[in-house]
Each structure stands twice: as C-alpha cells, then as structure tokens.
Unconditional design. Structure first.
Length: 280
C-alpha cells in the first residue's frame, strides 16, 4: 500500500506501510516521540520481507497533523486508543502484532480489548500500567516528583532535556540527537495534557482482560519503568512472557535494536505458527 492510496486519517497521521506478509506489525511510539524510533525494525529485511509493517505518528507528536490533537479528546489514553482503532479500520489491518512503546502499550491493550478479532499479539516496550507507587506496588514515581515535572512544563523550563535524559538513561549523545530533537519539537501544552493522561492513569485492572499473547520487553536499567513493573505485567497478564534486555534506557527497540529484534523474531515465530493463511 502506497501513501496516495491511504485514507485521509492515515495521511494526517503520517502513516507509512512497508512490506507484506501474514502478520501486520503496527508500530506505535510513546510520549514525546515519533515513528522514527522503529526504524531499526522497519529497515530489518527479515521483518519487512515477511510481514506488513505500519508506522504512524500519534496525535500531537511527530509529523501528525496538529489539528488531530485535542486537549479534551487526548486527556486520557482512551482517545489515543480510538485513534488507533480508526487507523486499523480505515487501512483494514488484520493479524496485528502491536509494537507499543511506553504509553502506547496500554493504548494498544485498550484497542485489543475493544477489537480482539483484529489482533494476534502485543509487544510491550518499556510498558507500565501505573507509573505512581501505590502501597506495595512500585511504579517508579511518587506524586511529588511528577508534580515537579508538571511545573517544568508550566514554567517552560528545561522539561525536554530532563525527559530526553530520563528516556535514554544517559546524557544525550550525537547518535541520539534525534530522540532529543523529537522531544523538543512537542508543544508544551500537548506535553502537559498527555503527561497527566499517562502519569495519573492506572490500568492494572485492565490487564486480566488482555487475552492475546504478550511479549513484555524492557532493559534492566530503565529509569522510567523499574524491573518490578515488567515482572508485575508478566504475573498479571493472562498470557505473557518477560524479556529483560541488556543495555539501558526506556527505548530498547531503538537503543539496543539487535537484541530487541532477536526477541521480537522469536515471539513472531511462535505467533505466526498459529496464524492460518496470508494477508496480502
């Protein structure tokens, strides 16, 4: 499928489709990011040669039409899940394996529960059902720390630099400049609304309703999502496996692509063995 054949919504979401095959890899990026974080999966000849790959920019981020974003609609992740389902319906996507980074993991979970017949599995990348600590549950953040980040956004201080370093677990190097540039390109008012949608959410009760197989991936040194959250997801999702990857940071598909791609390939092989026919 080439870009001129796409629907209006897909074009406004800056969607791209590569390859063809029995599975559709739907790549959804995270907070203050864009579809370029999946370039190491898109450019992998094995994935593109045997699967359809769909990338797009979420409303408010990347090259998505700025008019797609609404402070009211996107004040919760449900609005983003509705956007994902609209893209799926308009492009008529089936046998979907979601590659959901950060906030898009729960967005994809919501979408898969609403339209389970379209999905075959989900790959969570640095996912969390709740970012705030809550009793014995360690989400990695306390409200006071999150409020301090909201203050950075409100005061237009160096929130972008703080977020970039947090996502990468390292100072931003030349090779990682595009991550930082992507963050800096986000309007503060968008970041402020969506940050609250993420950090004030709690999707723990949603997990038992996710019936598809899930691969939970994260590094052992992710300053956004502690290892305990990945372990929590593995215990509370009905059909999940956890892959703790070497390296650091919140985006192992981008910063540690070789090990991430190996884990993804193993997961896809297992799912595809259960997928009859081919979707062209």
């Amino acid at each position: 499928m080439t870009l001129p054949e796409m629907t209006e919504f897909a074009q406004r979401s800056n969607a791209h489709v590569f390859g063809q095959g029995s599975l559709t890899l739907l790549c959804a990026h995270g907070f203050c990011s864009n579809q370029r974080i999946f370039r190491h999966q898109v450019e992998n000849l094995h994935f593109q040669g045997t699967n359809r790959i769909v990338t797009y920019d979420l409303a408010g981020f990347g090259q998505a039409d700025p008019c797609l974003w609404s402070a009211e609609r996107h004040a919760g992740l449900d609005g983003y899940a509705e956007d994902m389902l609209r893209l799926i319906d308009e492009l008529d996507l089936h046998n979907i394996i979601l590659l959901g980074a950060s906030m898009s993991a729960m967005i994809g979970a919501l979408a898969s529960i609403q339209r389970p017949e379209r999905f075959k599995g989900l790959v969570f990348i640095g996912a969390s059902p709740r970012y705030l600590d809550d009793g014995s549950y360690i989400g990695g953040f306390q409200q006071a720390g999150v409020d301090a980040f909201y203050d950075l956004l409100r005061l237009r201080q160096d929130w972008a630099g703080t977020l970039s370093t947090m996502m990468l677990n390292r100072p931003v190097s030349l090779s990682l400049q595009e991550i930082a540039q992507g963050v800096q390109g986000v309007k503060p008012e968008v970041a402020s609304v969506v940050a609250r949608a993420i950090f004030q959410s709690d999707y723990r009760s949603l997990l038992p309703r996710v019936r598809h197989p899930v691969l939970v991936t994260q590094t052992r040194a992710d300053s956004v999502v502690p290892v305990s959250v990945g372990q929590y997801l593995q215990r509370n999702l009905p059909n999940a496996q956890l892959a703790l990857l070497p390296g650091v940071g919140h985006l192992p598909n981008f910063t540690e692509p070789e090990v991430f791609n190996r884990a993804l390939l193993t997961f896809l092989t297992g799912v595809e063995a259960e997928t009859p026919g081919r979707v062209q």
